[in-house]
Design a protein around this ligand. Structure first.
Ligand code: BES
Ligand code: MN
Ligand code: ZN
Length: 496
């Protein structure tokens, strides 16, 4: 993300010294009336443009209105919002994201985004416009610098108003964390093997003032984390379990909320090796970890008054000479013996130890884990929606509600008791695969064995974590999915 500044203005629109002024227009019923003063100053050009066809204010359509070279905006971009009764916050944000991208392509590096006080408050507008502008303009340029002539958004102006500065600051912090999660996911898997990824997280923790403790291979052995160690065996580098804690003084004694994120830095499948096609995308198999550590970064910067701990197991699932094998029996830290039937079902195996550790070390009030866990979840729900499973309906409902507010949708999959027998093992306690059908559910059933009676929700983000096709707020690549959802959920959490 370029370092885009977001600033407020309270001058007349005609006076704004920007390249492009975005004016949101409603479909059909609308006229230039919200922009009367500006229209007059511009010699009726807005009325003319709104009357002209084919611009009708249809959602996501844009029309550029050039202005004479003088003071004020270089041009106006009319932005169609669609019909007012169909205008949701999510559509508003997507529309502004699309318009921002259009404006930047037209060499608008300094943009103003006018508000519609008749539709959203100044505060809502500021948050939405900030989010849309920052997330839509995210670029990953670590390995390929942008060409010199590619325009970049440098400054966004939104109308001043009650709560606007706070909303801008909060949204900027959250969006920077989302961008950081995307960066981690987009990194070359050779640059984020477990020790390197743990270092990146520890660096961030030091910067924002989170407590950070990294358990390495020896530490994992001392703690009896046979499951995490087994998955890491095939790689020439050891696993890590990164523990982060956010505990502001006033809540330092409170029972923590625990977040757990799957950090498989690359998933070849191991001995049960994956096909070559699209295996490169398995660099995103640490998207759960990325979402969790980025959420921790955001809540530290926001000074969120909640105690939150994060447990992030990291391993590289390779097929080396010491790799764990189908048939191996491995003992997790809570003593349960896992029969490995498929080394490609590695995510649940490393999560077993992380969940058991979360319970024994912190006795958390609840656990939320995030993982790119199963292809089956993508088959069930598609690429845009994450599955939610667990043992506590209220917790799942609260997460679903947060997802709805920030347009990161979750959908529940059932945890039928009947499915428990699919993962029963004859030689150990539990098998790491449950056969062909209901794969997202049997994976969650496996995890349930490691949370005891702690209220727990599992988000299978295999679909939305990584985008092959860009969306208005998400360029292709790592999506940073669930950072905004988790921050929103934690902000609403009353600590009881
Ligand atoms: N990381 C994959 C799941 C995945 C698939 C994520 C596609 C994103 C896109 C996971 O480790 C895996 O390989 N799961 C197996 C489980 C099976 C062997 C029981 C799967 O889904 O095929
Ligand atoms: Mn796998
Ligand atoms: Zn995996």
């Amino acid at each position: 993300m370029p370092d885009t500044k977001v600033t407020t203005f309270d001058c007349a629109l005609a006076q704004l010294d920007v390249d492009v002024l975005l004016l949101p227009v409603l479909r059909d019923a609308d006229s230039a009336s919200p922009w009367e003063v500006l229209d007059e100053a511009m010699g009726g050009r807005i009325t003319d443009a709104i009357r002209s066809r084919p611009f009708t204010g249809k959602a996501r359509s844009c029309l550029a209105v050039p202005l004479p070279a003088s003071e004020g905006p270089g041009e106006i971009l009319l932005v169609g919002l669609g019909k007012i009764d169909e205008l949701t916050p999510a559509r508003y944000r997507d529309t502004i994201a699309v318009a921002t991208s259009t404006a930047v392509r037209r060499r608008g590096e300094r943009l103003a985004i006018a508000a519609r006080p008749d539709v959203f408050s100044a505060e809502e507008h500021a948050a939405t416009a900030t989010e849309a502008a920052l997330l839509s303009q995210y670029r990953f340029d670590r390995y390929k610098k942008p060409a010199d002539d590619v325009p970049q958004l440098t400054e966004v102006f939104v109308p001043a108003g009650d709560g606007v500065s706070e909303a801008i600051q909060r949204t900027q912090r959250i969006c920077r964390s989302v961008a950081w999660a995307r960066d981690l996911i987009n990194l070359s898997p050779s640059d984020k093997r477990p020790p390197a990824l743990a270092d990146l997280v520890a660096e961030m923790a030091a910067e924002v003032g989170l407590r950070c403790h990294v358990i390495d291979e020896d530490g994992a052995r001392e703690l009896g984390m046979g499951a995490l160690l087994a998955v890491a065996q095939g790689s020439s580098v050891g696993p890590r379990l990164v523990v982060l804690e956010h505990a502001p003084d006033e809540v330092a004694q409170e029972t923590p909320i625990a977040l757990v994120g799957k950090g498989v830095t690359f998933d070849t499948g191991g001995i049960s090796i994956k096909p070559a096609a699209k295996m490169d995308e398995m660099k995103a198999d640490m998207s759960g970890a990325a979402a969790v550590v980025a959420t921790m970064r955001a809540i530290a910067e926001l000074d969120l008054p909640r105690r939150v701990v994060a447990l992030v197991p990291m391993a590289e699932n390779m097929a080396g000479g010491d790799a764990y094998r189908p048939g191996d029996l491995v003992t997790a830290m809570n003593g349960k013996v896992i029969e490995v039937l498929n080394t490609d079902a590695e995510g649940r195996v490393i999560l077993a130890d992380a969940l058991a550790y979360a319970v024994s070390e912190f006795s958390p009030r609840c656990i939320v884990d995030l993982a790119t866990l199963t292809g089956a979840c993508v088959v069930a729900l598609g690429e845009d929606v994450a599955g939610v499973m667990g043992n506590d309906e209220d917790l799942s409902a609260a997460l679903i509600a947060a997802g709805r507010r920030v347009a990161e949708p979750l959908w529940p999959l059932p945890m039928f008791d009947e499915y428990d027998e699919l993962i029963e093992s004859k030689v150990g306690d539990i098998k790491n695969t449950g056969g062909r059908w209901g794969g997202a559910i049997t994976a969650a059933k496996f995890l349930e064995n490691f949370v005891g009676d702690t209220p727990w929700a599992h988000l299978d983000i295999a679909g939305p974590a990584y985008r092959t096709k860009a969306k208005p707020l998400t360029p292709s690549g790592g999506a940073g999915f669930a950072v905004r959802l988790l921050v929103d959920w934690l902000r609403q959490h009353n600590g009881s």
